[in-house]
Design a protein around this ligand. Structure first.
Ligand code: ZN
Length: 270
């Protein structure tokens, strides 16, 4: 029965996608994936990520990342997935991403790039927001169609799961998201950051630093984070306007936890 419903949805989806071509952005893309399907695809891709990348063998740092993640998740509306956070051991790579279903990976190179816990939390909050706003289901459906996704769900298309994993690792996974998705993830992310008690402007200082590093070529680092996102300057302008809606006390005096970040993260990374 469920299968039949999917076939009908798939046909309807094809029509909606054609209609979507006319209006382009502004239409909310359809998401054909149930939560269970999204989680299954996410887990397939996560397996491929962990086959290609090295999960850091440091329970204390993993625990610290998880604490930050759960603090952010406490303010998230979407509760039908379990958000999970893992550190990847790659000190020269500035990257982080969330997969469908809430599996998130943060590279040690991103941690080294941050000056404090709030900046790291701002990137995590942006990625959590993609999950919370159901962007993955929309984007994957748009990019591949339900049939191909179904083959991954059924465990019959490991090659495609591996390919998608490679795109996230290379910073191209976000290519699936629209600009509207990105601006929404920034706005929601800043809100989650504030709800968790962090200074919301940490998202802006992080992006300013990222813009600077991008201009300077990044040195020996490999900066794949946000590679396919809208121009950083435009994101900063929008976030600066949004920041004004938060109480002055949080904006100015909200904690960024630089010392704690140094003790629990930076001092442990090679
Ligand atoms: Zn994004």
């Amino acid at each position: 029965m469920r299968r039949v419903i999917h076939e009908i949805l798939y046909a309807a989806g094809a029509v909606a996608l054609l209609a979507g071509c006319i209006t382009l952005e502004g239409t909310r893309s359809l998401n054909l994936l149930s939560t269970q399907e999204e989680v299954t695809i996410g887990r397939e891709i996560a397996d491929e990520i962990e086959a290609k990348e090295k999960v850091l063998d440091d329970p204390a740092l993993q625990q610290y990342l998880n604490e930050i993640g759960q603090r952010l998740v406490a303010g998230v509306e979407r509760r039908d997935v379990q958000y999970q956070f893992k550190v990847i051991d790659a000190p020269d790579t500035v990257n982080a991403f969330a997969l469908p279903g809430g599996f998130m990976y943060v590279y040690t190179g991103l941690m080294k790039f941050c000056d404090n816990e709030a900046e790291l939390a701002s990137v995590m909050a942006h990625e959590i927001a993609h999950v919370a706003a159901y962007h993955h289901g929309e984007a994957l459906t748009r990019a591949y169609g339900y049939q191909l996704l179904l083959s991954i769900i059924l465990g019959k298309n490991q090659a495609q799961a591996a390919r998608i994993a490679g795109e996230f690792i290379g910073g191209m996974g976000m290519l699936y998201f629209s600009r509207q998705n990105e601006y929404e993830a920034d706005a929601k992310g800043m809100e989650y950051l504030a709800r968790a008690g962090y200074q919301p402007g940490a998202m802006i200082t992080f992006m300013q630093k990222l813009a600077q590093a991008e201009q300077g070529g990044g040195g020996a680092r490999r900066i794949t984070l946000f590679a396919t996102h809208p121009p950083t300057s435009e994101r900063i302008a929008r976030l600066s306007a949004l920041e004004q809606q938060y109480p002055a006390d949080l904006r100015v005096n909200g904690p960024v936890h630089a010392d704690r970040f140094h003790d629990r993260a930076i001092s442990r990374i090679r």
